[in-house]
Design a protein around this ligand. Sequence first.
Ligand code: FES
Ligand code: FES
Length: 161
Amino acid sequence: MAKKLITVTVNGILHERAVDPRMLLIHFLRDELNLTGAHIGCDTSHCGACTVDIDGQSVKSCTHLAVQCDGSDVLTIEGLTDKGVLHAVQEAFYQKHGLQCGFCTPGMLMRAYRLLQENPDPSEDEIRHGMAGNLCRCTGYQNIVKAVQYAARKLQEPVAT
Ligand code: FES
Ligand code: FES
C-alpha cells in the first residue's frame, strides 16, 4: 500500500513522515517518534492508556489513524512538562498517590489535563464521569479523583509574577 506523507506537530515539534495509511497513531508515536509514554493496554478503545490530546480533544490513539492527524497538533505525556517543571496534573498524581503500577497513568494525566481545560472546577461526579473512559486496575480511583481535585485547585491559583 502506498505511503502517505503527513505533517503533524507533536509536543510543539513539526514532523513530516511518510506513513502507511493503516498505521495507528499510537504506533506512529511509539515506533516512528519514539514517544513511548502513551501505552497500549487493550487496543480496542476501552482502557484509555493510549490517550493523547489532538487539537484540544482527548483521543484514544489506538483507534485513530496517523493519517487522520495530518495538519494537527498533538500533545502527549512527554509534552506536558514545561522546561522541567511538572504540569499541575503531574504534580497532583504524585502528591495524591494517584497511581500504583503506573500503566494507566500517562492516559489518566492526559485525560485529566483536557478535562480541566473543559471544566476547570469539576465536582467529584463530573471528575468520575469525565475520567470514565480511562481504566485503572490498581488504585480504586479514589486517589485519582483526589489528584484531579488537587490539580484543579492548583491550576486556579494565581500565577506568581
Ligand atoms: Fe487504547 Fe486501550 S490501548 S484504549
Ligand atoms: Fe496500575 Fe492504574 S496504576 S493500572
